[in-house]
Write a protein that binds this ligand. Structure first.
Ligand SMILES: [Zn+2]
Length: 426
């Protein structure tokens, strides 16, 4: 039975609202409630699912619809079901209410990223209800713990249950939203993301009495190091991808808009500083956490060498955690399909490949050989502060923009699976 398009739209918005109402704030996560919700919906259409728990209540849901052509590499639609904490008092609507107001679905996760989770679910359900068999196998992954570094989600799956998430292609978050630069509209598609190296920097100096001032204390030294890190950007290196992105924007690296600057070098940002324990004691130690980010093509050792050049030989530098960068080629049929369909859906706009300065689950799926793109399309009005709503107060998804994205996303996914919209929708 073909699915009326309006039914598909309404159900997808309903799934988003239901998912927002499930409080999966990480920590502690408790993604099991989201996995159970998805498993019940998929199970009602007899779609096989696996729930893999990396720890109690930390559930990863994987569903699979086999394609008819085993020569084609599977397509995985991926999302994470955890969300970041809220400051509830600063919201204008209940962050876990899933309310509709002012044309938006409000709530934590409405953008990041229960909306894509709802779209992935909706597509799987529609395929099965319409009795459509894709040529290419479709995998749905809705996983835990992305917001805390993926240890119990994508990273765990790749290390412990790779057979569940091995795919040729992955469509994940961060890409496909309208980016306004001057008068022009772009749709960035994430093809690369930076790695991270979190470093604890410790310095020691002789302690003393607070009444006896000195210049060579651990605190003064730390202040100097923080100043040096802030004043000395790491060296600029324009990767081939960023050369292409900037060329599409029509700017030189020197003139890159602020949004793009973190993509032109490794970066290091002090995020925690600690020293001292009593008001009249000069402490003998100070430490800081440095949030380091590495460009594709750079490794941890090169990053640490560059950091060492800035801070000098004395401080102790200890890597707390790290994960490598990832980059997929933009020279694939899937990228060309995304580009063609997106540019047709918003005439005058251009698709550009881009690099995320942050991290997503894609870096782990890429380790299994998948080509990973950020494509969760939403059309935005220029006044929508979309970027600020990621992890911000009053996170909300504009319904019109999401439904525009749903149509585009569904067209891209169905075509890549070897189907057409008419095979599934009335
Ligand atoms: Zn996210």
């Amino acid at each position: 039975m073909k699915i009326p398009w309006e039914t598909f739209e309404r159900e997808t918005i309903d799934h988003l609202r239901a998912l927002v109402r499930l409080n999966t704030t990480n920590p502690p996560g408790n993604e099991r409630i989201a996995a159970d919700y998805l498993a019940a919906a998929l199970g009602a259409e007899a779609i096989p699912t696996v729930i893999a728990e990396s720890a109690p209540t930390r559930s990863n849901l994987i569903a699979r619809i086999e394609g008819s052509d085993s020569e084609l590499a599977p397509l995985m639609l991926s999302s994470h079901t955890d969300v970041v904490p809220v400051e509830a008092a600063r919201w204008s609507h209940d962050p876990f209410g899933g309310e509709i107001a002012d044309g938006c679905v409000w709530g934590r996760g409405a953008i990041d990223m229960k909306s894509k989770c709802a779209m992935d679910l909706g597509i799987a359900l529609a395929l099965r209800r319409a009795g459509a068999t894709p040529r290419r196998t479709l995998i749905i992954a809705a996983v835990a713990d992305e917001e805390a570094g993926s240890e119990l989600g994508a990273r765990w799956l790749v290390e412990h249950r790779p057979e569940l998430v091995r795919a040729g292609f992955v469509l994940n978050e961060t890409g496909g939203f309208t980016l306004f630069l001057g008068e022009r509209r772009f749709y960035p598609i994430q093809v690369a993301e930076k790695g991270f190296v979190t470093v604890k920097m410790t310095i020691t100096a002789s302690p003393g009495h607070g009444s006896m001032p000195r210049a060579d204390t651990a605190i003064a030294w730390m202040a100097d190091l923080i100043g040096r890190l802030t004043r000395h950007p790491m060296r600029r290196r324009v990767t081939p991808l960023m050369r292409r992105t900037l060329a599409e924007l029509g700017v030189t690296p020197e003139k890159a808009p602020p949004l793009f600057r973190p993509m032109l070098s490794n970066t290091v940002t002090p995020t925690i500083v600690r020293a001292g324990y009593k008001d009249n004691v000069i402490p003998g130690e100070a430490w800081a956490i440095l949030d380091g980010r590495t460009l594709p093509g750079e490794d941890e050792r090169a990053f640490m060498a560059e950091l060492r050049e800035i801070v000098g030989p004395e401080p102790s530098l200890e890597v707390v955690k790290s994960a490598p960068p990832a980059e997929s080629s933009a020279d694939t049929d899937l990228f060309r399909l995304i580009k063609a369909r997106t540019e047709a859906a918003d005439p005058g706009a251009r698709v550009i490949p881009w690099m995320l300065p942050g991290a997503t689950d894609s870096k782990f799926y890429a380790q299994l050989g998948a080509v990973c793109y950020g494509f969760a399309p939403v059309r935005l009005e220029s006044r929508m502060p979309f970027g600020a709503l990621y992890h911000g107060n009053d996170e909300r998804m504009p319904i019109d923009g999401m439904l525009w994205g749903l149509r585009l996303y569904t067209d891209v996914v169905l075509e890549f699976l070897g189907l057409r919209r008419e095979n599934v929708f009335a």
